[in-house]
Design a protein around this ligand. Sequence first.
Ligand code: HEM
Ligand SMILES: *[C@@H]1O[C@H](CO)[C@@H](O)[C@H](O)[C@H]1NC(C)=O
Ligand SMILES: *[C@@H]1O[C@H](CO)[C@@H](O)[C@H](O)[C@H]1NC(C)=O
Ligand SMILES: *[C@@H]1O[C@H](CO)[C@@H](O)[C@H](O)[C@H]1NC(C)=O
Ligand SMILES: *[C@@H]1O[C@H](CO)[C@@H](O)[C@H](O)[C@H]1NC(C)=O
Ligand SMILES: *[C@@H]1O[C@H](CO)[C@@H](O)[C@H](O)[C@H]1NC(C)=O
Ligand SMILES: *[C@@H]1O[C@H](CO)[C@@H](O)[C@H](O)[C@H]1NC(C)=O
Ligand SMILES: *[C@@H]1O[C@H](CO)[C@@H](O)[C@H](O)[C@H]1NC(C)=O
Length: 375
Amino acid sequence: MGKDLSKRVLTFLILISLLAVAMNLLSTVEAQNKKKPRRDVPLVKGLSWSFYQKACPKVESIIRKELKKVFKRDIGLAAAILRIHFHDCFVQGCEASVLLDGSASGPGEQSSIPNLTLRQAAFVVINNLRALVHKQCGQVVSCSDILALAARDSVVLVTKLSLSLQSNLFSGGPDYAVPLGRRDALAFASPNTTLNNLPPPFANASQLIADFANRNLNITDLVALSGGHTIGIAHCPSFTDRLYPNQDPTMNKSFANNLKRTCPTANSSNTQVNDIRSPDVFDNKYYVDLMNRQGLFTSDQDLFTDKRTRGIVESFAIDQKLFFDHFVVGMIKMGQMSVLTGSQGEIRANCSARNTESFMSVLEEGILEEALSMM
Ligand code: HEM
Ligand SMILES: *[C@@H]1O[C@H](CO)[C@@H](O)[C@H](O)[C@H]1NC(C)=O
Ligand SMILES: *[C@@H]1O[C@H](CO)[C@@H](O)[C@H](O)[C@H]1NC(C)=O
Ligand SMILES: *[C@@H]1O[C@H](CO)[C@@H](O)[C@H](O)[C@H]1NC(C)=O
Ligand SMILES: *[C@@H]1O[C@H](CO)[C@@H](O)[C@H](O)[C@H]1NC(C)=O
Ligand SMILES: *[C@@H]1O[C@H](CO)[C@@H](O)[C@H](O)[C@H]1NC(C)=O
Ligand SMILES: *[C@@H]1O[C@H](CO)[C@@H](O)[C@H](O)[C@H]1NC(C)=O
Ligand SMILES: *[C@@H]1O[C@H](CO)[C@@H](O)[C@H](O)[C@H]1NC(C)=O
């Protein structure tokens, strides 16, 4: 009897301590991520909030640390990286096809029309991040995950760096946990596919709403994600259709006059900041611009003109927290579009080129299985 009881107690104690260890593990996973996962946004099958916990626990700190250095040299690269992630996701899904040399929007097809003006230096930054991460962990983290994390860090750091010069009125941009486990594509999209999948700057709200709806992004996501234009620049030909030959009547007159000085001809190679109020700060001023009819593209300004999106623009203009909250949700949704997971695609050894067969090593597959078994 007594023996039986002590056996039971022992089993009970072992179970309890196992449970404690498990809970401890879980909480360190969460702590590692620091940012609480948005459990209200569904995860796509194959992605997880703690994918590299075992295989590359430092991946996030490596990327953040390196980008801090990079943005100190050139803050414009933050906008460039955020835009590349958007282009990646909208064409074939977030699988780093945009990074491949020869991609219609990547560095390869210099002659592809239209020149999609993605900044070359940003592609170099992504490749350098990959090299740093792989030096630490081996060839286990995909280029698409590195790009998704770098885009998140761009949002976070573009705010902090530029504000550190000013007062500490603001608490910083939205930081958020990124679902991970993407794999890299084996091929890039044709120039036509690329063209057909990227909304043009002359699109109106109806077109944008339909386009985003096709991707399961609703009008709140559309307005929030367009807030990416709170940073970065545009080349004149992206918006001069609103100036020449006829001026867009929805454009603020004095704003139009300034733009004409920046772009004396429709095909001028000059650039204009997207957000005139705070071009290098990730904030809600983009929406204030729209309310003053100072949106740069038709695709921006029409979000204020259209009755379906106007209220959302106004709500973000007066409430930055609300904008940040919806931007994070939009980024997590966009960042999971048509991803490759599991044994699909590959982990590229060079973000600019697909692996040769010999790169598909036994090692990579082994680590993949380990990561999958943790989910
Ligand atoms: C809603 C549809 C969108 C359209 C029509 C659009 C269009 C454009 C265009 C035409 C440019 C300027 C390109 C140039 O002339 O150099 C641009 C820049 C930019 N876009 Fe978008 N975009 C859209 C959505 C997004 C989204 C969802 C994001 C990210 C969340 C984003 C982030 C950016 C950034 C950061 C830049 C500045 C890039 C730089 O400074 O290098 N855009 N966009
Ligand atoms: C786009 O054109 C500019 C200027 O002609 C050039 O410097 C840049 O490399 C081109 N970019 C791409 C992606 O083709
Ligand atoms: C690309 O699209 C254009 C018009 O959208 C079409 O004329 C052309 O034939 C297409 N090219 C290919 C290779 O599909
Ligand atoms: C939006 O653009 C499409 C295509 O150019 C056009 O057919 C439609 O009438 C426009 N809608 C509005 C409300 O301007
Ligand atoms: C869009 O979807 C998000 C959840 O992903 C939700 O919070 C938001 O209310 C939706 N907006 C509209 C207009 O349906
Ligand atoms: C710009 O357009 C003008 C008139 O349309 C033309 O004369 C000029 O050669 C063009 N410049 C470039 C760089 O394409
Ligand atoms: C145009 O911009 C000016 C300067 O920011 C602003 O005072 C004015 O209210 C704007 N006009 C409209 C119609 O929004
Ligand atoms: C990566 O691939 C690109 C495109 O093939 C090539 O130009 C570059 O030299 C490669 N980089 C490394 C480090 O091998």
